[in-house]
Write a protein that binds this ligand. Structure first.
Ligand code: ATP
Ligand code: MG
Length: 410
């Protein structure tokens, strides 16, 4: 009984988890579901899962009912037997009626605790399977373990030496033999087709993933030797799909530096051109709805940018953070970002020529490795692939450069 009950109650708990996941997915993705007219489909999926859960639960109830019948019947049958044999014994002499009554009372008193023990055992069984589920999560080793070195005065000298990388659950190499050097204070743009591994590459610096070959160093120290808190104060990233939390706008911006002063927060917001937060109903104290759904894509990106800038990292990674901004806002942000990037090392993933203009040099990521490094104009002139990637933007690029008052050779 015990093993069977354990198996079934574990299955019930897993299926409850499935149902909860389906509900959460449907709630978060309700816009996509509605706009593609998939309501029936997602309803059917929910119904299917609840039905499986229902069936397993019934199976569980059936099992425990059997156990209960057993727990009820056995003591009662023994009571009948004791009464019968006792009555016979009293009739034929060896037992006095008093002893029989005393014995039966004792027995009745014992039945309840034994039944209660059964309940407790069943409950313990369930608690144990639940604890197993939690333990499975706690027991998962973190793939990234920090080292024990600290950088006293990080300068932000970043090097990639023969870096290769593949995602843990696949054996396809996303990156191989990447060599790159970014000097302190320099800004490097990474350009590459969609899916070429730009996000993967930037994730290697703060050790969101670990390299599978070669090494990444900051100021000559392998990032795997640094403590994680140290590494992550040195590097800050603004992601392409920023996550905002349901807290106030100020808390969202100050995520990486909760003790930041009001002036610092204001300066970061200014840099990211995220002034729109002051126009929210309660200004900076407005609670950003769940996952920032109440903000536009570009607004979310600017908040994420302000967050990264406020952390004042030595190495600032911007993973296509300006992609949702209109050209005018982008130019304003870039103008402000130049000041920030002037004294920290920058890695900027860029899809547009206008973003590339932020950088001192550009690295082209093609076929999983860095094929060319040079200035924007060098690459534009000498590398056809680069030209194709940014061709559509060439005009905007010139206009922007003109806007910024720079002269464009060629
Ligand atoms: N968690 C993952 N597990 C396995 N493969 C992944 C994972 N994440 C990304 N990939 C694969 O790795 C490759 C590189 O992805 P990456 O996100 O780095 O591309 P990207 O250059 O940033 O693209 P984009 O310009 O669209 O942001 C892609 O082919 C992608 O399918
Ligand atoms: Mg990406």
């Amino acid at each position: 009984f015990e093993t069977k009950y354990t198996v079934v109650s574990r299955r019930v708990q897993d299926q409850q988890g499935d149902v909860a996941t389906a509900v959460e997915e449907a709630a978060v993705g309700f816009r996509s579901i509605k706009s593609f007219g998939r309501r029936e489909h997602s309803q059917a999926k929910f119904a299917e899962r609840t039905e499986t859960l229902y069936n397993t639960s019934i199976e569980k109830v059936r099992l425990s009912a059997r156990f209960w019948t057993f727990l009820e019947i056995v003591p009662n049958i023994s009571l009948v037997i004791v009464l019968l044999l006792g009555a016979l014994a009293v009739g034929s002499g060896p037992l006095t009626p008093g002893t029989l009554v005393a014995f039966i009372i004792l027995m009745l008193q014992l039945i309840w605790p034994i039944q209660a023990l059964g309940v407790i055992l069943a409950m313990a069984q369930e608690a144990m399977t639940a604890a197993d589920r939690v333990q499975e999560i706690f027991d998962t080793e973190s793939a990234v373990q920090g080292g024990d070195r600290e950088l006293e005065q990080p300068r932000g000298h970043l090097r990639l030496e023969g870096v290769g990388f593949c995602f843990p659950d696949s054996d396809e190499l996303v990156l191989h033999d990447c060599d790159l050097e970014v000097l302190p204070g320099e800004t490097l743009a990474i350009v590459g087709a969609t899916g070429s591994g730009k996000t993967a590459l930037t994730g290697l610096v703060p050790r969101l993933y670990d390299v599978t070959a070669g090494r990444v160093t900051i100021d000559g120290v392998d990032v795997r030797e640094l403590t994680l808190p140290c590494l992550r104060t040195v590097v800050a990233t603004a992601f392409e799909e920023p996550t905002l939390f349901s807290m106030s706008a100020r808390e969202n911006v100050a995520l990486g530096r909760p003790d930041a002063s009001d002036e610092d927060v204001a300066a970061a917001i200014e840099t990211a051109q995220a002034g729109f937060v002051y126009e929210l109903p309660w200004g900076l104290d407005t609670r950003i709805g769940e996952q920032g759904m109440s903000l536009s894509g570009g607004q979310r990106q600017r908040l994420a940018l302000a967050r990264a800038v406020l952390a004042k990292p030595r190495i600032l990674v911007l993973d296509d953070t300006l992609s949702s901004l209109d050209v005018h806002t982008e130019a304003l942000v870039e103008h402000a970002l130049r000041r920030v990037l002037a004294d920290s090392t920058g890695i900027v993933v860029a899809h547009r020529a206008s973003t590339v203009m932020l950088a001192d040099k550009v690295a082209l990521l093609d076929g999983g490795t860095i094929t060319n490094v040079g200035t924007h104009h060098e690459l534009l002139e000498s590398v056809p692939t680069y030209r194709e990637l940014l061709a559509a933007d060439a005009d905007t690029d010139d206009e922007l450069a003109a806007l910024e008052g720079q002269s464009v050779p060629g």
